[in-house]
Design a protein around this ligand. Sequence first.
Ligand code: FAD
Length: 615
Amino acid sequence: MKHFDVIVVGGGHAGTEAAHGSARMGAETALVTLRRDAIGVMSCNPAIGGLGKGHLVREIDALDGVMGRAADFAGIQFRLLNRRKGPAVQGPRTQADRKLYREAMQKLTDDQPHLTVIEGEVADLIVTEGKVSGVILADGSQLAAGGVVLTTGTFLNGVIHIGDRQKPGGRIGDRPSVALAARLRDLSLPLGRLKTGTPPRLDGKTIRWDILDSQPGDDDPEMFSFLHDKPFVRQVSCGITHTNEQTHEIIRENLNRSAMYGGHISGVGPRYCPSIEDKVVRFADKSSHQVFLEPEGLDDDTIYPNGVSTSLPEDVQERYIRSILGLENVRILQPGYAIEYDFVDPRASKPTLELRDLPGLYLAGQINGTTGYEEAAAQGLVAGLNAALCVQSRDPMIFSRTSSYIGVMIDDLVTRGVSEPYRMFTSRAEFRLSLRADNADQRLTGVGLALGCVGEERRRSFSDKMERLSAGKDLLASIVLTPKDAVSRGLRVNQDGTKRSAYALLSFPDIDFNQLAAIIPELGAMDPKIGEQLARDALYAHYITRQENDIAALKRDEDWVIPDDFDYSALSGLSNELKLKLGRARPHTLAQAGRIDGMTPAALALILARLRQGR
Ligand code: FAD
């Protein structure tokens, strides 16, 4: 039997990031996946990032992960969403060339030391003395490991729905993972069913582009990776069109033929990523919805119509799509469909994403009830790093909600579970002023260096940037202007007699670095990128100082780790309902206990008192 330190099952977004994370830690890692040539496939939209999601990609990149780099190599249209709003809620996004993304991910995977790709279907798990110690492939071969990470996406018992037609599938063109799903059921894991959908793909040669609006990318594109500063390939525009009353009428008339509305699907779908059927029903007063026509690649005429995912039968898809302006003669290359699949309740996992009751087995990605490539990749990173740390007998790496969106997501999942596919939003992060996409490296690369998952190239570029930020901040702090000085140089500041440093002036929302550099000659030599970063830091410095007390309080509670075998039933004074809830949720820390539904300060005090006795 071949032996690895860590085995990762699945070469999707969670799996690749898990395998790379584990291998970067020096653990001998096997990535076992159904098809080697499908590593890095995007099952749905050809885009990476967006609000909240872009933050996750930057954090993965800060820890030297691969998603951001691959997205930059394949990016054909970069946009910073919410550019006009504050930096805290801006999200980088790129339209990606599907083929280039897949190729980039496969090249990065081939080049990664300590990582071996094995093509095959994992059909079973080897469990030795209550611990997962390897996998069995469908051909009967066995692989042993200290830790196994499962990232099987939408494949577990996957069923594809188009109207009233169903067929087993992991996604279109791929078979589902049935044997492994049965094994997870046998192991009594808490399984549920979710669904998601995708739109039909269109032939761009049959679209009337000349009558449609187009949306170009940003003039000054922002990359995902802190290692890159400009796109690698030609940039393109997207088209924009809209559904209309006729489209909605066709959909309404045929609702009972949709898999979702015809009662063929029991799984819950993502409320925030609704199908066109859902939009027509839920927003009945709207007579039109925007549709972005997104190219799937530079030398590919396939167009992804973003906003019209569906599980209607093919003839209805053709009718409603052709009712849309510019799509009157469009040819559908692949019908839209919905997919239903098994997931495991993430409350069964620890914050390392290892199952509490089945040590050695880690779950990451869509299998944990999330949706989206970025959410999957971020979990993959957490699971891969922790599987490697465990094999190396080192302390686990637990991401805090105070310092990363990754921490917010993992905490949400393992504490609250999911009632619909979980997607990241900036509103989920209570400390979002400090958890910005622009400062992900300042927050996390140092952590990654200490852990050992950051390579030499990034170490050098990060330390160089930190030195330049520090020198730049010192320079800005040393230049002091009176209000009179400031006004005489054209700046709008309060005439309150307070002298302000150039750094303090940057905290004014209407003063930016370029303005200061134009009127303060000493700043002329500073790299504008460094200046702009310092301006973003300065803008929030005041609020962040105010948030620090809340962060410190939460960190204190996170330091109180609750043992897995903590006996809530023995706590007199705790209501039976809370005993039950806490016993089921088994929060990892006092902070997590505080976030459980119905938790009271008095109940927390009781738990804290018992933990103190134990110290
Ligand atoms: P996947 O990317 O699905 O990768 C799973 C991998 O596991 C595959 O490589 C597969 O070959 C491998 N595998 C499975 N079983 C086995 C096995 N037994 N042995 C070996 N390998 C195995 N996301 C959104 O954000 N918005 C959307 O609107 C959206 N719509 C979607 C619509 C459809 C139809 C589908 C299929 C997905 C959609 N997604 C959407 C979800 C997005 O594709 C996933 O969130 C993301 O791909 C999850 O990544 P993952 O790594 O968990 O799984």
